[in-house]
Design a protein. Sequence first.
Length: 298
Amino acid sequence: MSTDQPTGRVAVITGASSGIGEATAVELARRGFIVYGAARRVDRMAALAGRGVHVIEMDVTDDASLTSGVERVLGEQGRIDVLVNNAGYGSYGALEDVPLDEARRQFEVNVFGLARLTQLVLPKMRDQRWGKIVNLGSMGGKLVFPGGGWYHATKHALEAVSDALRFEVRGFGIDVILLEPGLITTEFGNAAVASMSEVDGPSAGDAAAAPVGAPADPYAKFNATVGAATAGAYDGPLRLLGAGPERVAKVIEKSITKRRAPTRVTITPSAKLSIPSRRLMPDRMWDAMMRAQFPTPK
């Protein structure tokens, strides 16, 4: 049961142009929060503006954009009570195939952008001795599916960041809440599948060194299977183990209005089944289960 009075609390939500961010902006505005929805594409937030949400153009990989966004909220409201670090994405492919520039970009969006925005918001939260920081992690922070090494690495990083931050800011009256959703039916799945088509295989230098007659990309079949499996998870029967973004939005609202905020929340049946299963399985047993679903590159 909610015990804090949300009316008048100021919330900033990144990645608010779609999916979980959009649903959370709607839910918190409905509950009486003053909501600022932030995203790179302001034109995609017209519906939010029509529902009383303040929209901000914000690129989490651009320090000037983050700084100006925070300054605007503080200039207009004088405080920031809730930060929902939702912006993020996943791109997939065999580790050797994914260009390091793309791997770095995932970390810039999913980890470093989140960390920098948190740094900018914390001084005001410390000053007011109250705040809630919600980090959108994933069950992928606790387990790894083949082909998702870089994405999972960013979510593993959020586990560590959230644990450290929770300890560091507790004495200032600030709670850190890490969400670990499983399958959420949003545009995330489409973006992840689309990323597979952008994987070009090993670098030109590696290809030149390959034996005559060797396939251009030894991971081609593997990558194709990963793409099909990802699409199937979002479009097939497995979606029954997931949930819509509104489910996550309600969890966020409940978590930030509890007198004693949770440190972690696992969301959807897929996460509640998969995380404990991985914890109990030895590595080789997990690998064997993955081999039953994905071809072994060779």
